[in-house]
Design a protein around this ligand. Structure first.
Ligand code: PEP
Ligand code: MN
Length: 293
């Protein structure tokens, strides 16, 4: 397989994140979690509620999304909320419910860690530590999470450039953890029609220049469940290695982010719709390798 070279101007532009860039030694990082490979040939779906709410809620979601092909269960136990009065998450009780869902379904767990002090606790339960958008510039948190040895899911800050995201990833790699997954989840722009502005060009760029796996978050990227399947499809087409998506049995009753959460039926419809696009993605990736420098 011919190796992709990163053009010299991008190497200069992103010199401060040089370990994030593809190199002749490192073309693609594959993050291994339980029996999964993220950044390998499979498109990996991570699905679950915004927040872990009750045992019944998380176990029913886990069973459902697994049946539909998800490989990772998402769910916040520590929630960064814009309002101090909003639900802040179940904390340790939520982590224990996620672990129970893993033992019942075999799904790997991704959940957010918000503070350096919580890293050992969250790392004890989670398979992947999520660094949220609001924490992407919390460098001490990123280093502590990286030092735990668990893979890191690094979400793009809502005001962050692609370079900012790469610099934060560089920090995790510099702390000795090469298992970093980058996530495009929408940014703030002058357009306020939707919750955020989705930036699939960032996915395409990162796939071009970085060896790290890149995933799309179509839920936070728009904030409206009607648009989530289309944004997921765009993520697949842009070359993402996977997606993270919010699902809830009763979205209108969700304790957080109900507006953007898919019902079970909507999730099933989206997974069926994506199938041919995911099949095409495999073929397109094979054709592209070696042709674009
Ligand atoms: C989340 O995944 O529920 C979340 C809070 O995401 P973000 O950090 O991208 O806002
Ligand atoms: Mn959410």
């Amino acid at each position: 397989m011919e190796r992709i070279r990163v053009r010299a101007s991008w190497q200069e532009r992103f010199a401060e994140a040089s370990d994030v860039l593809k190199s002749s030694q490192r073309q693609q990082t594959v993050v291994r979690v339980l029996d999964l490979e993220i950044g390998g040939s499979d498109f990996i779906t991570m699905a679950g509620p915004c927040s872990v709410e009750t045992e019944q809620q998380i176990l029913s979601i886990a069973a459902h999304v697994r049946k539909q092909g998800a490989r990772v269960l998402r769910g916040g136990a520590f929630k960064p909320r814009s309002s101090p009065y909003a639900f802040q998450g179940l904390g340790l009780a939520g982590l224990k419910l996620l672990a129970k869902a893993r033992s019942e379904t075999g799904l790997a767990i991704v959940t957010e860690v918000m503070s350096e002090d919580d890293v050992p606790l969250v790392a004890e339960y989670a398979d992947i530590l999520q660094i949220g958008s609001r924490s992407m510039e919390n460098y001490t948190l990123i280093e502590a999470a990286a030092r735990s040895g668990k893979p890191i899911l690094l979400k793009r800050g809502m005001m962050a450039t692609v370079e900012d995201l790469m610099r934060s990833a560089q920090l995790a790699i510099g702390a000795g953890n090469p298992n970093v997954i980058l996530c495009e989840r929408g940014i703030r722009t002058f357009d306020n029609a939707l919750r955020n502005t989705y930036d699939p060009a960032a996915i395409a760029l990162l796939k071009q220049i970085s060896h790290l796996p890149v995933i799309a978050d179509p839920s936070h990227a728009c904030g409206h469940r009607e648009l989530v399947p289309a944004l997921a499809r765009i993520g697949v087409a842009a070359g993402a290695d996977g997606m993270i998506v919010e699902v809830h049995p009763q979205p209108e009753k969700a304790w957080s982010d109900g507006e953007q959460s898919l019902s079970f039926d909507e999730f099933d419809g989206m997974m069926a719709m994506l199938e041919p696009y995911i099949a095409l993605r495999g073929a397109a990736n094979r054709t592209l390798v070696g042709r674009v420098g």
